[in-house]
Each structure stands twice: as structure tokens, then as C-alpha cells.
Design a protein around this ligand. Structure first.
Ligand SMILES: NC(=O)C1=CN([C@@H]2O[C@H](COP(=O)(O)OP(=O)(O)OC[C@H]3O[C@@H](n4cnc5c(N)ncnc54)[C@H](OP(=O)(O)O)[C@@H]3O)[C@@H](O)[C@H]2O)C=CC1
Ligand SMILES: CC(=O)[C@@H](O)[C@H](O)COP(=O)(O)O
Ligand SMILES: [Mn+2]
Length: 386
């Protein structure tokens, strides 16, 4: 039996993880649930899964829940609650399915408490990959990728030494605007961006997919998870999202992992590894697949991917700055403050303004995140005036 703390239980990954756990109650038990403010859904999850601990980071929402809740679960508020859920004795595994840089501290706390990590929160490795991977090694903790591409690569590598990798090929859907020019991207709406062709996900990652910043974050995530150089990570646009990623080995053999686009599979694999668990997830029917196609990403019209490579190759605090600026820009776009094409501009200007620290410690990473957010907000303000 694995005991899982779910940070971000009310989100897209969190709810699908709970579907997997409910379908396999002989294998998994919920140790803790944590959300930001969605008290209604969290209350339903508490009723069903009866975890020892539940957290609402928003203190007012947590206060309301404490006043109305009559059951056995301990309700905790705030960032401290998140850390308690990440480190509680009842858990052996922590699923990091909260969104953004907020995932970093609880992930580090979980690693220090020797919990295995099922990692959906890619922003953690983007902001602090070196530090998090070293801590995991020091504490003898495994990090199992949940992100579909990284889970695919992890599956492709089973039984093979990483030294045999020639390159990793991350597949990308290309998002809802694949093939469009910058002029055609000028006036796209929030609703257009939120219409991902293949995946139903949270709002932030869906915008990231539309700008290709998601693929940029994933390139950096792959560097840290698989210990490869950036020149060994390629991105290939595959609009059908059936091949979730590939590994080419030194003998030119290529192994791909395929499946219908359904996040329950990588979530379940990350929880069940090294076992495979039977499922009723939709199956691939090759007779109805008309074509699997591939093309190069368009980094001229979608520059966020190029900026991510630049940030990753430079290293130090720059990937953290890329991530911080992107978070500010995405939420500014979702608040109708800036246009779609401004997202990459906010990232670029914030990166250009940054004074690099080559080997940052955690405090320096937090400082870089904070100052990048402040600068990115100024850029947003300037762009809003235009
Ligand atoms: N969705 C997907 O298919 C995939 C997602 N990922 C990654 O997984 C992560 C989660 O994505 P997704 O599920 O789509 O996101 P959602 O926006 O759907 O869910 C986010 C979850 O995190 C909680 N949350 C948000 N902010 C905080 C915070 N500051 N502290 C604590 N909890 C917080 C939310 O709580 P509340 O509901 O109360 O606001 C919610 O439970 C992201 O890093 C994303 O990049 C990776 C691959 C695929
Ligand atoms: C499901 C998943 O892992 C997402 O990160 C997905 O990859 C987004 O699709 P894009 O390829 O469009 O970024
Ligand atoms: Mn992905």
C-alpha cells in the first residue's frame, strides 16, 4: 500500500490522481490533500477519501472550513499546512500537482522528509533543478515524472543506462495556434488560447502550451530529470499527441512511448512504478489512426521556446527568471492586461534585465524569483499603456 499526499488535489492533475486512487483503493491511500482555496471540492474529497490531514492555503477559506467541518480530518491553513501535508508521517509519496513556483518549498520539504516525489509541478525543476536533484540524491529519494513527455522518456529508458542516450525527442502538440504567423496571433483571445487541441488541463499550463513556453519548461525539466545536456534535447511537433516522447540511443535505435492523451496513465505509472497496474483507460486503435505527423517547432513566431533554451543553457538563476516572468505574463494575459504576443516580450525583457548568479542557493533562487516578478510586473504595466 502506498500512502500519497496530494498537493493541488482540486486541480486537473489532482482530481485525475484521485480517480486513479479511487480505482485502486487496494494499492493507494490518501495521506493528505491540499488545495489553495477550493473549499467546496476539497470538502467532497475529504468526505470520500477521509485523509488524516487536509489543507487550504487561503486562510479565510480554511477558517470557514474549520468552523463548518465535523469529521476526523485535521484541517490546516496556510503555507505551513502545505509543508505539513508534504512531510506528514502518514505519507511515503508526495504528488506535487500544485501550479507554479509555489511548488518549490513543499517539494524540498518533502524530499528532506525522505518522501518519494511524483512530480507534476515542472516549475520546481525549472527554478531550482540543480538544487532539487542534489537534495533528492542526498536523501535517497526518487523523483518520478508525471508530465506526460517525461513519463514517456522514463518508460523508454527502463533497463537502459542513461549513457546510451544519443538524444531525447520531446514531442509537442504545437498548441491551438500551430501554423499561425505573428500577425495572425496578434488578436487571439483568452478563449482561443484555452482551446487546447488534445488535452484538458489547468488554465496556466494551457496558455503555456499555446505560447510553447510549456515545451521550454519541459526542455529544462528533462535536462534535470535525465541528466543530459541541452544539445541532446530536441523538440518535435507532433499534432496528434499519440507519441508522448522518444529516446534515440547511440546505435540509432529510437524507442517511443505511445498512448491516448490521458493524464491518468502517467499519474498511475508514477504512483505504481516499478509495477504496471491494469486500467480501463482508453486504448489506442491503430486502425482508426489516420496519420502520425511530425514537424519542426516554429520558434520565430513562438519565441518562448527559444528563450527557454537560452535560459537553460545559461543556467544559474536564469531559468528561475524565465519561469517567474512567464507566470506573471500568463496571469496578466488571463486578466486581459496584455496581448498574447506580449507574453514572450515580458519573458525576454525580464531575462535581459537580470543579473545572473551562476550557482544559486535556495535563498538566491527565492530572491531571483521575487525580483524577476517585480520587473515583469513593470514590463506588464508598460505594455498595458501601449
Ligand atoms: N493538467 C495537466 O494535464 C498537466 C499539468 N502539469 C503540471 O502540473 C501542475 C498542476 O497543473 P494543473 O493540474 O493543470 O493545474 P490546475 O490549475 O488545474 O490546479 C492547480 C492546483 O493547485 C492548487 N494551487 C494553486 N496555487 C496554489 C498555491 N499557491 N499553493 C497551494 N496550492 C495551490 C489549486 O488549488 P485551488 O483549486 O484551490 O485553486 C489546484 O488544486 C502544473 O505545474 C502543470 O504544469 C504537467 C503535465 C500535465
Ligand atoms: C499533458 C502534458 O504533459 C502537457 O504538458 C502537454 O504536453 C501539453 O501539450 P503541448 O505539447 O501542447 O505543450
Ligand atoms: Mn507535458
Amino acid at each position: 500500500m502506498k500512502h500519497v499526499s496530494i498537493l493541488g488535489s482540486t486541480g486537473s492533475i489532482g482530481t485525475q490522481a484521485l480517480d486513479v486512487i479511487a480505482a485502486n483503493s487496494d494499492k493507494y491511500k490518501v495521506a493528505a490533500l491540499a488545495a489553495y482555496q477550493n473549499e467546496k471540492l476539497l470538502a467532497e474529497q475529504i468526505d470520500y477519501f477521509k485523509p488524516p490531514i487536509a489543507v487550504l492555503v487561503d486562510k479565510q477559506a480554511a477558517d470557514r472550513m474549520v468552523r463548518s467541518y465535523k469529521g476526523q480530518t485535521k484541517i490546516v491553513a496556510g503555507e505551513e499546512g502545505l509543508l505539513e501535508a508534504a512531510t506528514c508521517n502518514q505519507a511515503d509519496t508526495v504528488l506535487t500537482s500544485l501550479v507554479g513556483f509555489a511548488g518549490l518549498n513543499p517539494t524540498i520539504a518533502a524530499i528532506k522528509a525522505k518522501k518519494n516525489i511524483a512530480l507534476a509541478n515542472k516549475e520546481t525543476l525549472v527554478a531550482a533543478g540543480q538544487l532539487v536533484m542534489s537534495l533528492a540524491k542526498e536523501n535517497n529519494v526518487n523523483i518520478y515524472p508525471v508530465d506526460s513527455e517525461h513519463c514517456a522518456i522514463f518508460q523508454c529508458l527502463q533497463g537502459d543506462e542513461s549513457k546510451h542516450i544519443k538524444r531525447i525527442i520531446l514531442t509537442a502538440s504545437g498548441g491551438p495556434f500551430r501554423g499561425r504567423t505573428a500577425v495572425e496571433l496578434e488578436n487571439v483571445t483568452i478563449e482561443d488560447c484555452l482551446r487546447h487541441p488534445n488535452w484538458s488541463m489547468g488554465r496556466k499550463i494551457t496558455i503555456d502550451s499555446a505560447t510553447l513556453a510549456n515545451k521550454g519548461l519541459e526542455v529544462i525539466e528533462a535536462k534535470w530529470l535525465f541528466g543530459v545536456d541541452y544539445n541532446m534535447i530536441d523538440v518535435c511537433v507532433h499534432p496528434q499527441s499519440i507519441i508522448h516522447s522518444m529516446v534515440e540511443f547511440i546505435d540509432s535505435s529510437v524507442i517511443a512511448q505511445m498512448g491516448m492523451p490521458d493524464m491518468r496513465l502517467p499519474i498511475q505509472y508514477a504512483l505504481s512504478y516499478p509495477e504496471r497496474v491494469a486500467s480501463n483507460f482508453p486504448r489506442l486503435d491503430f486502425t482508426t489512426l489516420s496519420a502520425l505527423t511530425f514537424e519542426n517547432p516554429d520558434t520565430d513566431n513562438f519565441p518562448a521556446l527559444k528563450l527557454a533554451y537560452m535560459a537553460g543553457e545559461t543556467g544559474g538563476t536564469l531559468p528561475c527568471v524565465f519561469n517567474a516572468a512567464n507566470e506573471i505574463a500568463v496571469y496578466a494575459f488571463l486578466n486581459s492586461e496584455i496581448a498574447f504576443l506580449d507574453i514572450a516580450k515580458v519573458i525576454r525583457y525580464t531575462m535581459e534585465n537580470h543579473v545572473l548568479i551562476a550557482n544559486p542557493d535556495l535563498e538566491q533562487i527565492h530572491a531571483a524569483d521575487k525580483s524577476a516578478r517585480q520587473y515583469a510586473l513593470l514590463v506588464v504595466k508598460d505594455l498595458t499603456k501601449m
